[in-house]
Structures are given as structure tokens and as C-alpha cells.
Design a binder for this molecule. Structure first.
Ligand code: ACO
Length: 373
């Protein structure tokens, strides 16, 4: 073995029919559809069905799939106790999701990976919403099987039937971010099942990967940044200060995209309707993007740094009414669909994922007993 490919840039380790992107052209295809079309038109259940079965369902299949998913949403009292403790100790939502995902799926036995995968997807919104209810000093709300996946999530968060516009906004988000090639958390999920472990372990490990700020943890800080710039009304000063200090601007840059992330446009147009013209917050957001991209080109001329998905995630989820603390966990509510579809795909034709490392340590040490060191 010669060189080391740090970060595995440009290395393909799996074939997939689930999604692909062109980082130079700024294109993303999910299950055969351009993200723009799928995000705006599909219900989240249709997107999940597409990923799990490689085709869109007809009306009867969709109805059955919805019922199957809704039937798996409930979590037991022992799981609620875990979530209450996480909330009482003010653990971040991603930690609660990791603990809840493991606890809520104890009954999953591995005999039927597709049924298990569906249960994992179904329980994610219930876990996040129950944790949030406890954080706010409220009792959790049981899932309503008559509501769609996205609507039910909002209902369990607030206790109120959501407006259709909010459901559509959330559904657009869930569809847009459900899958994205072999991103870090999806890679994690595939590595876990490649050892012939189970899909619950894959999901809990993937939650841990998604939590980091270089992956799914960026939209909360993006919203803080936008609020601060809205108050100061001086985006240039803000961006220059960050870049002078050699800090990264959250919501910009991507390992694959050298142009604007195609999901940014989808989420931007979905977000706009939630902002009142009287409050120029949305104007601040778009102005900030322009200023940031221009200054990133000035400070980092060797790298094409454009807006990534997390920038307008913050705008859309804030507009829909998802609490800021739940942005990464809401990413998980969507991406778990991709993780599970990838896990099933990996199992169809499994080969243990086992890369190599290049040893840089000593080779000729001689052992000294502890009392002689
Ligand atoms: N702000 C400022 N500089 C940046 C940014 C940024 N957002 N992103 C990359 N750079 C700079 C780096 O400092 C580096 O500069 P240098 O060569 O002068 O040291 C150069 O661009 C290359 O950086 P890498 O870390 O090699 O780029 P990589 O492809 O690994 O980074 C990443 C991708 C991690 C997303 C990065 O752009 C970043 O940290 N962005 C901010 C965090 C963020 O928005 N995360 C969400 C990502 S989207 C998602 O996962 C869903």
C-alpha cells in the first residue's frame, strides 16, 4: 500500500441506486428524480417507498405503506423514561435521539430487516417529539395514525393539528435531505450492517455521526448567525470578523459541491412563504448569502465555497416552527429513511467494509517491566 486517502475523497466503496450528485453541475438525483421535483411533489411516505422499493407506489400500495408505517410509531413507557431523563439533564436532542433509538427498538430481532427498518424510521419522530415535550415541561403526545408522517411529527411537537402549509414545508425538507450518496452518517450505517450487525445498531451509530458540526450540526449555529446579523444589520462586518479569525462559516462549503448545493434552492423557495414582508428577516438571509459567498471567494480563493443545504435548512425549519434545538434531530428524522434504505441495499449483496490504514508507529520497541520504566 502506498499513499493515504485522508477523508476518502473520491473513493467509491459501494454501488447504489438510491441517490447521486454532480458536484460541478450542482445536481442531485434521488431514486431517479431530480431533487427539485421529488422535494416539492412527494409526500414523505412516497419518498420512503421509492427508496425502499425502487419505484413509486400506486394508490393502494401507498395506503398500505402509510398504515404499516403509522402502526410502528408508538414507543413504550421505558423509552419515555429514558427520554425524560435526557430532557431533565438537558442533554442535546441528538443524544436523546441516540438513546431513544436504541431503547425504542429493543424488540427488533433482525429476522425481517425491512420490517425492522420501517419501525426504526417510524419511531424517530415520536422519540424527538417526546423528548421535546419533556424539555418544555409537558407530557408527550401519542402519535395519531390518521396523520401523515410529517404532519404527525408537528402534531406531536405542539399538540395542535398543523396547517397544511407547514406540513408541506416540512415534507419538502424531509424529501430534500433524505439521502445524499455516501455521506458520513450513511457510510456509518453501511459499515455497521456490513458486519452483519442489525439496522437498529446502524441507525444509532449513524445518529452519532450526524451529530457533528461538519455534518448535521450546522443549522442551529446558522440560525444564531442570521439572528445576530439581522440585529447588527452588518453582514460584511460579521463575515470578515469570522474569516479574519480563520473560523468556518456555518452553512457554506461542501465536500462534493463546488457550486451552490441544489438543495439550497429547493429549501430557499419553500422557506420564503413563512416570512412576513414587514419583518425583513428573509431579506437578511438572502443578503447574507450574497455577502458571504463574495467574501469567501476573497478569503479562500483556492476553494469554491458556496451555500450548502444547512443554510436554508435553518430558514425553512425556523419558518415551519421546528424549535432550533431540534434542527439536527429533524435532519435525523429524514435521513434515517436513507440510512435504512442503504442498510437494506448493503444487505442485498453484502461485503464487509474494511479499509486499511498506513502504520506510522515504531516497530522495534523492546519491552521493559513496569517497575523498571
Ligand atoms: N468557511 C470558511 N472556510 C471554509 C469553509 C467555511 N464554511 N469550508 C471550507 N473552508 C475552507 C477551509 O478552511 C480550507 O481552507 P484552507 O485550505 O485555507 O485551510 C478549505 O476551505 C478546504 O476545507 P476542507 O475542510 O478541506 O473542505 P471539506 O471538503 O473537507 O469541507 C465541510 C466540507 C466540512 C462541509 C466544510 O465546508 C465546513 O466545515 N463547512 C462549515 C460547516 C457546515 O456548513 N457543515 C454542514 C455541511 S453540509 C452537510 O453535511 C449536510
Amino acid at each position: 500500500m502506498t499513499g493515504v486517502n485522508r477523508g476518502l475523497d473520491g473513493v467509491a466503496v459501494a454501488e447504489t441506486r438510491l441517490s447521486t450528485m454532480d458536484g460541478e453541475a450542482g445536481e442531485l438525483i434521488i431514486g431517479g428524480f431530480p431533487v427539485e421535483e421529488l422535494a416539492d411533489d412527494a409526500t414523505f411516505e412516497e419518498t420512503l417507498y421509492l427508496l425502499f422499493h425502487d419505484r413509486l407506489p400506486d394508490a393502494g400500495e401507498l395506503s398500505e405503506f402509510r398504515t404499516d408505517l403509522a402502526a410502528r410509531r408508538e414507543i413504550g413507557d421505558e423509552v419515555l423514561a429514558v427520554l425524560q431523563r435526557a430532557a431533565d439533564e438537558e442533554k442535546p436532542a441528538m443524544d436523546a435521539l441516540r438513546m431513544g433509538a436504541a431503547a425504542a427498538n429493543l424488540g427488533v430481532d433482525g429476522d425481517d430487516p425491512e420490517s425492522d427498518a420501517l419501525r426504526v424510521v417510524a419511531t424517530f419522530p415520536t422519540i424527538v417529539a417526546a423528548y421535546w415535550r419533556y424539555r418544555e415541561g409537558n407530557e408527550p403526545i401519542a402519535p395519531d395514525p390518521d396523520l401523515r408522517h410529517a404532519a404527525n411529527y408537528l402534531y406531536m411537537l405542539t399538540g395542535e393539528r398543523p396547517e397544511e402549509s407547514a406540513v408541506r414545508g416540512l415534507e419538502t425538507y424531509l424529501n430534500a435531505v433524505v439521502d445524499h450518496g455516501l455521506n458520513a452518517s450513511t457510510f456509518t450505517a453501511r459499515v455497521v450492517v456490513s458486519t452483519e450487525s442489525d439496522v437498529v445498531s446502524a441507525a444509532t451509530a449513524a445518529v452519532g455521526t450526524l451529530k457533528g458540526p461538519l455534518h448535521g450540526g450546522a443549522p442551529g449555529p446558522v440560525l444564531d448567525m442570521l439572528k445576530s446579523v439581522h440585529a447588527s444589520d452588518d453582514p460584511e462586518a460579521y463575515v470578515r470578523e469570522k474569516l479574519e479569525a480563520d473560523e468556518r462559516l456555518m452553512g457554506f462549503g461542501h465536500r462534493i459541491y463546488r457550486v451552490r448545493d441544489p438543495r439550497a434552492a429547493v429549501l430557499e423557495s419553500a422557506a420564503e412563504q413563512f416570512y412576513d414582508d414587514d419583518d425583513d428577516f428573509f431579506e437578511t438571509i438572502t443578503e447574507f448569502e450574497d455577502v458571504a459567498v463574495e467574501l469567501l471567494a476573497e478569503y479562500k480563493p483556492d476553494r469554491d465555497l458556496e451555500t450548502n443545504v444547512e443554510f436554508y435548512t435553518a430558514a425553512l425549519l425556523h419558518g415551519v416552527g421546528v424549535p432550533q434545538e431540534l434542527f439536527p434531530a429533524t435532519f435525523g428524522v429524514s435521513r434515517v429513511g436513507g440510512w435504512m434504505a442503504h442498510a437494506l441495499e448493503q444487505l442485498e449483496d453484502n461485503r464487509l467494509i474494511r479499509p486499511e490504514s498506513r502504520y506510522t508507529g515504531d516497530r522495534n520497541r523492546s519491552w521493559t517491566p513496569v517497575d523498571e520504566r
